[in-house]
Every structure is written in structure tokens, then in C-alpha cells.
Design a protein around this ligand. Structure first.
Ligand code: ZN
Length: 168
């Protein structure tokens, strides 16, 4: 039941159900059991490959998008893997591989998640790459709703309402 009059295009508010799996078929993220993800199309709300793949689709369509790292979270940057003195983790009694911490960026512009990839008596090696960097992303997507954005949503650059931003 594609409705050509309400295809996904810039300034449409789009609601999607999605499940993200990696190459190994492991589910990384899913909207199942939650409200659909609602975003304002064409404003950088989703990763670029995702918005490109959704462009022109309509309510009721279900499809798969396979995005190489370049269209997802980029390749892993080896410079973002760094040893940190263990004393920096003084408040953490047991540091193990796979643990994740919020680290503040040096310029204070934001926090990012770092993952512990190695632990020695003196140092902890952390990887500050996005956890999905280097991964090919497999999205199963269902378009649940497409509507025109309100003037307020266009002004804010994001969607309001269920699954979108909540603020007044
Ligand atoms: Zn807003």
C-alpha cells in the first residue's frame, strides 16, 4: 500500500521499526518492544546510509539495508586505541576486558564511550572508537508512519511526540 504522496523525503517525520544485526547475525539494537524510532528526515538525525536507504520509501514498506562501515560508523581508527595508566582507574576495583567507561574528551565538548580491550598490572588499554566502527550494519526496517513536519519541528531540526524529542 505505497502512498506516493507520502514518500520519505526531506522534512518528513518518519517512524520506523528496526532491528540492527552485525555480520555474525547478532542483534545489536532493536526497536522491538519499544516505541518506533521517530526522526525528522534530511536533518542528520540518522546515520547517512540509513537516511539514503529510507529516501522515497512509504508507510508499510519493509526491507533490509546493508551498510558498509563507510556508510555507518566509519572504520576503526588505530590511533584511538591507547594505553592509559592504571592509576586513572583508581576508583574501579576490578577492571576487566570488555568493560565500558564514559570518558570526557580533552576539549570538554562531550563524553564518549571507551571499551577496555586489554589490562596489564600497569596499564589499561582502551579503545575509543565507536563500538560499531568497522562493522557492516544490517538493518531490518519497517516504515510505520510518514507525515509532514510541523513548523516547530522544522525550526528545532528534530521530531516531536512519541519516539521523538520530548520537551517544552
Ligand atoms: Zn524540539
Amino acid at each position: 500500500m505505497a502512498d506516493a504522496g507520502n514518500a520519505i523525503a526531506k522534512n518528513k517525520v518518519v517512524s520506523i521499526d528496526y532491528t540492527l544485526t552485525n555480520d555474525a547475525g547478532e542483534v545489536i539494537d532493536s526497536s522491538k518492544g519499544r516505541e518506533p524510532l521517530t526522526y525528522l528526515h534530511g536533518h542528520g538525525g540518522l546515520i547517512p546510509g540509513m537516511e539514503q536507504g529510507l529516501e522515497g520509501r512509504s508507510t508499510g514498506e519493509s526491507f533490509q539495508l546493508v551498510l558498509p562501515p563507510e556508510q555507518g560508523y566509519g572504520q576503526k581508527d588505530p590511533n584511538m586505541v591507547q594505553p592509559v595508566p592504571r592509576t586513572n582507574f583508581a576508583g574501579v576495583p576490578n577492571i576487566e576486558k570488555g568493560m565500558q567507561f564514559q570518558a570526557r574528551s580533552p576539549d570538554g565538548s562531550g563524553a564518549r564511550v571507551v571499551t577496555v580491550i586489554d589490562v596489564s598490572p600497569e596499564t589499561v588499554t582502551v579503545d575509543a572508537n565507536h563500538p560499531l566502527a568497522g562493522e557492516t550494519l544490517h538493518f531490518d526496517v519497517s516504515v510505520k508512519d510518514v507525515r509532514d513536519a510541523s513548523p516547530e519541528e522544522l525550526q528545532h531540526g528534530h521530531a516531536h511526540g512519541p519516539g521523538g524529542h520530548h520537551h517544552h
